[in-house]
Design a binder for this molecule. Sequence first.
Ligand code: SF4
Ligand code: SF4
Length: 714
Amino acid sequence: MDKRRVTVSRLLLALGIAMPVVTLGFWGLSLLPDEPTFAIGRHVFGNIPEPLIILFYVAVGLALGVAVYLFSLRARNWERGAKERRWGMWGRRAKEFLRGVTMASVLEDRVAGVLHAMIFYGFVVLFLGTATLELDHLLPNNLKFLEGGFYQGYSLVLDVAALVFIAGVAGAAVRRYLFPPLRIRTKTKPEDAWILLLLGLIGVTGLLTEAARLSLEGRPDYEVWSFAGWYLSYLFPQSTAAGTHQIVWIAHAVSFGAFLVALPVTKLRHMLTSPVNMALAPRSRPKGAMREMPNLLEATDIETVGAAKVGEFTWKQLYDTDACTICGRCTSVCPANHTGKPLDPREIVLKLGEVMARTGSPAVSPPVGVDGEITVTSDSVFERITPAELWACTTCRACEQVCPVDIEILDKILDMRRYLALMEADFPSQLGNAFISMENSSNPYGMSQQERAAWTREVDFPVKILGEPGVTAEYLYWVGCAGSFDDRNRKVTLATARLLHAAGVDFAILGPRELCTGDPARRAGNEYLFQTLALQNIATLNEAGVTQIIAQCPHCFNTLANEYPQFGGNYRVFHHSQFLMDLVAQGKLKPNGRVDGKVTFHDPCYLGRHNDEYDAPRRLLRVAGAKLTEMERNRKGSFCCGAGGAQMWMEEHTGKKVNVERTQEALATGAPTIATGCPFCYVMLDDGVKDLGREEEVAVKDLAMILAEQVLGR
Ligand code: SF4
Ligand code: SF4
């Protein structure tokens, strides 16, 4: 670390050292004002002897100092990471931060969200209320404001906040220990009980302190606004209230001090780190794009590709591990985890955090939720994470979509895959076959490129091929490897081409010059192969002057639209569902609107969660005359088909097959037609229907096939 740089950890260290001095200064200030003269107000520290007051200021100062110092140690760990720009876009960052502190994302889970909000808001109001009281206490008499009706309103608000806070803590305890969802049950540790106990103690001792004070003061009428303390004060006889008040006041102060020290070393720290993480979340690349890498074909000074050691992850990826709330929502939606594969996205985050914390200097506590004392002998994540976990990921992005605090899980998995594939050559053998096919034949099917345009022989109109003499076109139709070589998906290609032709669209294809976009190679960690293919494609596209592309494969769509710009390929890219819907809207395609029976639509992950397109396919189905029925998990909560992230090219040996799980859900709708808009989803669902022996009653079709039946009668 550069000794002269101003870093977050050094700033925090300086702040930590300053804390005891600052709080002692507050005590000094508190000696200055004369005795308050209000008629309606509060005597702060009224019953507390001066030595105890001094001790209070010293203890709070030390606790704050220790807390900030411990955070500075955590920050030193984040600073071990590689550079990553999270600057600018301040409007979006402010919005995300507000989403964090307003609990908007947490509230998506109703029960957990409401309890969290009760605890958080209750605590914030109580904290601000105490700070306001302290401020008022330090001000000279002529500036004090906590008097009269304002004081009574203040008292009312604080008592309500205290009850909300205590009820939230109690509710959280009941949920965790009596009715825990699976994702919570598997990660409940003694620390959780201590945290709930500590929070409960803060709330209860706060109210009891108020009650004892009111009893001691003889319950003046105006204090009835402190209604909770007022009624509780009947528990304390006035004769003994002075001693009781001092005891509960000390208990309250000690529990607050313990909270401050616990903040950085327990999961409580997410109160601070999570909203900041959300503010850091906006990034310049689209969410469907993987982290950019230098041109590996030209760079000569790259020692490591991907990430294995702590320092090879970015600082943001490391910071993520301290912002995770251990809620397990990511795990609960992960198709790999759900079907019995060894992958648990929450564990990926925690294990990286654990290796980071255990190898820090000086070591700080690992993320909570880590099972037991684990010895880590180096700063490589592969001490804790196995390749099998990483290769089980379908890159569906469900985990990130559901994470309430914007932890970026997928980037970490994909960076580790990059390391495994290119630094260790450690990948499933079937992937090796796909790599060889992509290297030798420029497509993962291992088919001859000369057969790319073979489908054009089946249509009764000429299809233009860019690159042939004199050929130009307004749109490039990117057919994709599946659309070119897979028998089932060739039907989608024929339907799409016929619809484009019927609508009078001026389109052409690249034919043999269209190579695999490289998506499966990139998601499988083979960045070198991806770049080899991508750079050739970009050269072809730019040379042909292509500006607008129609793609039927969401993986091609995503790579062309979101990843090729990283290498100088900038095009306007449409998914065929969007383009065909536009043609219908313009009246260039006229469906007859007679789809038989209900249709259920399966959202492809790379169209939906990676690119936020949920409506175009549904609108298209509706205008085609389909009666849509939704599966239980749909739109952004959709369940993967199991093929993404290069799983299409791997064998699924462990647990239940993801495509069977999804197909069962589709069949449960009772719809005789399962529609989708992705060649891989099409194959996976069609296989699922066959595996389940339902192919006689249920048909799987791409959107283009359904529309072509309605528009063209075939
Ligand atoms: S991207 Fe999908 S498969 Fe991968 S960890 Fe996240 S939820 Fe699981
Ligand atoms: S990564 Fe997000 S969803 Fe997963 S446990 Fe952490 S906070 Fe919860």
